[in-house]
Design a protein around this ligand. Structure first.
Ligand SMILES: NC(=O)c1ccc[n+]([C@@H]2O[C@H](COP(=O)([O-])OP(=O)(O)OC[C@H]3O[C@@H](n4cnc5c(N)ncnc54)[C@H](OP(=O)(O)O)[C@@H]3O)[C@@H](O)[C@H]2O)c1
Length: 333
């Protein structure tokens, strides 16, 4: 076994602020506790929640590292007590509660998954955050079934590109909204049946027309704000709406009449603070039901740009332009 170094480079966040608040620091290499693996990180994903954390609006949950980064891929280099199913040298990708922007990162062993055959480390690191989120919200919580209609807002976000592909692969008719004609084309290329440029078209009117007035069975929404009332308007009777963020705001005045008359369910969830056992259960579902789709080439991570770890600030600046399509990644040299 190769001797592990005592220290590593990680991206610290001494004070909240703009992208420049992310600075390379030297930190101790963490030691796995019971049930954890230590991963030598090859690549890490950048996610919108990291931007919120950087701004001081999304503090890490108790016990989580202060280093940002919610997903990684790399090589298993140490095992905590009681870990089964992993051995040194295995290639893993993992959902982590923080610490991903670093050369080494701890992961809960049963929230880690093997790197799917045929994927690079950068591609594998792009999977956990969006695949765990989409699976638990769209399939576990909202119970999307084959033959139903599905709408995702932010269709070219990391979450959106994953949601389109997984919903399509499970037999849904997929609608997506996005902020440009170029982004709409990407949604269609990923399998969306209808893509709506929300800057030039009213998604409520388009969907009513395309569904013959029936509306949408399951909606995954990260926008909130004015979309909440419009989601109620476009939902089918017994529709299920899952809220995973509020990019346009979480405080709105709303008429709930449609919620009652259409017998809608409006739910929400956040992944990071969920108990370990729930994350492990999602990982097990993904391994059984989604990893085979990835290995068969039916579903793939969509990559935007990859930056060196030390340049995490540039990766965040790119995310805040909202010009990106798919995942922004960090590679560890
Ligand atoms: N609850 C959870 O467990 C959970 C887990 C992971 C992520 N999330 C949330 O899911 C969302 C997507 O995450 P991500 O990492 O995939 O983000 P991302 O790639 O940065 O995508 C966000 C996209 O949303 C679109 N958008 C629509 N309205 C917007 C607005 N008012 N402000 C900014 N962007 C807007 C933008 O594209 P357009 O050009 O189309 O507008 C943007 O590219 C984030 O809000 C994130 O916090 C929640």
């Amino acid at each position: 076994m190769t001797e592990l170094p005592a220290t590593m480079t990680a991206i610290g966040l001494p004070t909240p602020g703009g992208p420049e608040a992310l600075v390379p620091e030297t930190r101790p290499v963490p030691v796995p506790r019971a049930g954890e693996i230590l991963v030598k990180v090859a690549a890490a994903g950048v996610n919108r929640p990291d931007v919120m954390q950087r701004k001081g609006l999304y503090p890490p949950p108790p016990g989580a590292p202060d280093i940002p980064g919610l997903e990684i891929a790399g090589e298993v280099v140490a095992l905590g007590e009681g870990v089964t199913g992993w051995k040194l040298g295995d290639k893993a990708c993992a959902l982590v509660s923080g610490g991903g922007y670093a050369q080494y990162c701890l992961a809960q062993a049963d929230a880690a998954l093997p790197v799917p055959a045929g994927l690079s480390m950068v591609e594998a690191a792009a999977l956990p955050e969006t695949f765990f989120t989409v699976w638990t919200n769209v399939f576990d919580l909202a119970g999307l079934k084959a033959g139903e209609t599905f709408l995702v807002h932010g269709g070219t976000s990391g979450i959106g590109t994953t949601a389109i592909q997984l919903a399509k692969a499970h037999g849904a008719t997929v609608f997506a909204t996005a902020g440009s004609a170029e982004k709409c084309k990407v949604c269609l290329d990923l399998g969306a049946d209808v893509a709506i440029d929300y800057k030039t078209e009213d998604f409520v009117a388009v969907i009513k027309e395309k569904t013959g007035g029936k509306g949408i069975n399951v909606i995954l929404d990260m926008v909130g704000g004015s979309y909440i009332a419009r989601n109620y308007e476009v939902a089918a009777p017994l529709g299920r709406i899952v809220q995973i963020a509020f990019m346009e705001g979480s405080k709105v005045q709303i008429d709930y009449m449609r919620l009652m008359l259409k017998r809608l369910s409006h739910m929400g969830s956040t992944l990071r603070s969920r108990p370990n056992a729930e994350k492990a259960a999602i990982a097990a579902s993904l391994r059984a039901k989604v990893w085979p789709l990835i290995e068969a080439g039916k579903v793939k991570p969509v990559l935007d740009q990859t930056f060196p770890l030390e340049n995490a600030a540039a990766a965040h600046a790119r995310m805040e332009t909202s010009l990106h399509i798919g995942k922004i990644m960090l590679e560890v040299g």
